[in-house]
Design a protein around this ligand. Structure first.
Ligand code: GDP
Ligand code: ZN
Length: 291
């Protein structure tokens, strides 16, 4: 007999799974071929008090990847919201935000721009720089994680969220405010899996006391996008997709071609030049279609 469980921590080939009842088991996959990630809902067979075997993974609503030098690895499954943590100080890379919006559009999940450190006077300039992204339809919330994270609670309800941000933006401060014992709990969970071995930090899924779930993936700065087919990229930019097919040349790379609808739109101030630049960059990074 199998039961449905959630993967709440992944250590390569061994996992920690949790049943609805809250019971936790160490688990490995029956088939070594299955790629599994934190957030996956899986069918498990319970072996004994401590161990279970993962028989299969149930269909995923979404999947996020991390890029390393060689390949794309799964970070998390069934995430419904990416929260991009930014702050005026230290300065942030706008491109990182756009890359997150592309990952979110691809996975068909929500984006929330979280402008942290709202107590700092430099915040006004950051707010201004981010206004065009709000105009694209991406909601933004300002707060000061050091003071209070209450304003974030309604956004977390009913969602499985993941924080992403460059270091220094305040991710750990946020996670600690939301889950005061998070680090101690991560350690406890890791020790249960690795029988006390010293482990590096792993993505962990937490149920938030205020509602919703948080997948904490320490060090998560960016999503992998290299698995995206190059010819699908334009559809992942909500303000650019209307220009698809409008260029003079069907195979336009929107680079220097005459009659390019996107270059014209950028020159007319209808689109942000840095978004067009990212589209070009991703076209080079991403998979060429094979048809
Ligand atoms: P992480 O690298 O993204 O995990 O960032 P941390 O949570 O370690 O925060 C980086 C620095 O920013 C620390 O010195 C924090 O105390 C500070 N910080 C975090 N949140 C706020 C905030 O809301 N306001 C101010 N002024 N500083 C903050
Ligand atoms: Zn073009």
């Amino acid at each position: 007999m199998t039961e449905i469980a959630r993967i709440i921590q992944s250590h390569g080939k061994s996992f920690l799974v949790e049943l609805d009842s809250g019971r936790r088991y160490k688990a490995t996959a029956r088939s070594k071929k299955t790629d599994l990630a934190v957030g996956d809902r899986v069918e498990v067979g319970v072996l004994n008090e401590e161990q279970a075997v993962i028989e299969r993974v149930t269909p995923r609503q979404s999947l996020l990847y991390r890029s390393d030098e060689w390949r794309e690895k799964l970070i998390a499954a069934n995430v419904t919201q990416i929260i991009v943590v930014l702050a005026a100080v230290p300065s942030f890379y706008e491109e990182l935000l756009s890359r997150c919006t592309v990952a979110a559009e691809d996975a068909d999940i929500r984006i929330l721009i979280l402008l942290n450190k709202a107590d700092l006077p430099e915040t006004a300039a950051a707010r201004k720089a981010l206004a065009p992204y709000q105009a694209l339809g991406y909601p933004m919330l300002e707060l000061s994680a050091k003071e209070s994270v209450e304003a974030l609670w309604p956004y977390l309800q009913g969602q499985t969220s993941v924080f992403v941000g460059q270091s220094g933006m305040g991710k750990s401060t946020l996670v600690n405010a939301l889950l005061p014992e998070a680090q101690a709990r991560t350690r406890e969970i890791s020790e249960a899996l690795d029988s006390g071995k010293h482990t590096t930090t792993h993505a962990t899924l937490y149920k938030l006391p205020q509602g919703g779930e948080l997948i904490d993936s320490p060090g998560l700065q960016e999503f992998g996008l290299r698995h995206l087919p190059a010819d699908r990229l334009i559809s992942l930019f909500p303000e650019l997709r209307q220009y698809a097919g409008q260029c003079r040349f069907q195979n336009c790379r929107h680079d220097r071609e005459p009659g390019c609808a996107l270059i014209a739109a950028a020159e007319a101030g209808e689109i942000l030049p840095q978004r067009l630049q990212l589209l070009r960059k991703l076209q080079l990074e991403c998979k060429k279609s094979t048809h």
